[in-house]
Design a protein around this ligand. Structure first.
Ligand code: NDP
Ligand code: 8X3
Length: 252
């Protein structure tokens, strides 16, 4: 593999950590960014000097801009931005959902992704090469009860990616939406249920969900296609997941 420099947000656990491992083991330089620096430092200890731990809250626009502007020279020509930091909070119907949860999802999944993209994109355009890989979700296309704002943030991610492609035509910069379905072994559901592990575990009971390594594999695959190939969307589900019929209320 040519030596890529990869910037991964939400790198401390889950898909992000698996992505850092995958690229670092293939010889890439990886900036591993998230809020929990101790987990990032552990990743560096595991993977070596090609990993740069970066304590970063993507909700903090000034911090994102400063972090990108002040990257050490060895890591500052980013080839691949993996916009992975994100979360779902709650599964309540819209009329009962927490506004704080909604705002946190918008601040992270939408605004955080915008801050990172806007900070890193000019360098990619100047170098005439780069790749923005956004973590979308099947929830962007398929609605489900309680998915209200989470699914909408991922629909934003999908459409923003397509519009980025339109702006970046001729600039040598690729854009991909990697949109997984049910995925286990990450903190996603524990975060969604505000730390209720029993509720989180119940989501995966009796299933064989996608793993973080499955998703990292897809991310690595799209990033290592020849430069003239742009994968617009990878939508992936575990074999045990499919679609439900339309719901019809018979009492109204
Ligand atoms: P995890 O909860 O395991 O990991 C989320 C990561 O995001 C953590 O590393 C966390 O790090 C980081 N993060 C959260 N908020 C911030 C913030 N404000 N600033 C910086 N980093 C932040 O989730 P997954 O790995 O499962 O999910 C990763 C992405 O994939 C998300 O965007 C999610 O929406 C999406 N996705 C997940 C699916 C699933 O079923 N698991 C399916 C489809 C998409 P820290 O706390 O250290 O900051
Ligand atoms: C995560 C998958 O189905 O919980 O994006 O929304 S789902």
């Amino acid at each position: 593999m040519t030596h890529l420099t990869v910037f991964v947000t939400g790198a401390s656990v889950g898909f992000g950590a698996a992505t850092v491992r995958r690229f670092a083991r293939e010889g890439a330089l990886v900036v591993a960014a998230s809020r929990r620096i101790e987990k990032l430092t552990a990743l560096k200890k595991e993977l070596g000097e090609n990993v740069l731990p970066l304590e970063l809250d993507v909700q903090d626009r000034a911090a994102v801009e400063a972090a990108v502007a002040n990257l050490p020279k060895r890591f500052n020509e980013i080839d691949v931005l993996v916009n992975n930091a994100g979360l779902a909070l709650g599964l309540a119907p819209a009329q009962e959902a927490s506004m704080e949860d909604w705002i946190a999802m918008v601040e992270t999944n939408i605004k955080g992704l915008l801050y990172c993209t806007r900070a890193i994109l000019p360098g990619m355009v100047a170098r005439k090469r780069g790749h923005v890989i956004n973590l979308g979700s099947v929830a962007s296309e398929f609605p489900y009860p309680g998915g209200n704002v989470y699914g909408a943030t991922k629909a934003f991610v999908h459409q923003f990616g397509l519009n980025l492609r339109a702006d970046l035509l001729g600039k040598g910069v690729r854009v991909t939406d990697v949109a997984p379905g049910l995925s286990g072994g990450t903190e996603f559901s524990e975060v969604r249920f505000h730390g209720d592990k029993a509720k989180a575990d119940a989501i995966y009971e009796g299933t064989t969900p996608l793993t973080a390594d499955d998703v990292a594999d897809a991310i690595h695959w799209v990033a290592t296609r020849p430069p003239h190939v742009n994968i617009n969307l990878v939508q992936m589900m575990p074999t045990c997941q499919a679609f439900a019929p339309f719901a019809v209320s018979r009492s109204s």
